[in-house]
Design a binder for this molecule. Sequence first.
Ligand SMILES: [Zn+2]
Length: 146
Amino acid sequence: MEDMPKKQIPAVEGLFTMPPEEPHLKGSKCNACGDYFFPRVDSCRNPHCSKDKPVEEVLLSRKGKLYSFTVNHYPPPIFHKPDPFVPYSLGLIELPEGIRVTSIIGEEYNQDNLKVGMEMEMIIDKLYEDKDGNEVISWRFLPVSS
Ligand SMILES: [Zn+2]
């Protein structure tokens, strides 16, 4: 039983595709004004949109550019709090669709190896292990290794 892969559970249901290989975030596209949204929406949020065409579910690009980032020095309020806590980077990733997505980048990244404008790629990674031994997973954008 020891070699059995751990069950993977999304931290929040419905935000990204499963299984985690070649993952995509699930967003929405408005067919009237062309705006994209993440997370998904049921109707367009653009106040200038005619809204005369439906919003459809789309898979968003797996790659984007680092728009901004910060190194977080306090434990996150909702998810598992690692003990000891290690500062980690949070980023804002600009996707080709024209929207920006917040992402954990990770504790191995900081102002020494992150640069605004660098190419980032989405992966699915373990956030923490729950009390039943399941891996709770979420997305993360990492610098594309050149
Ligand atoms: Zn619209």
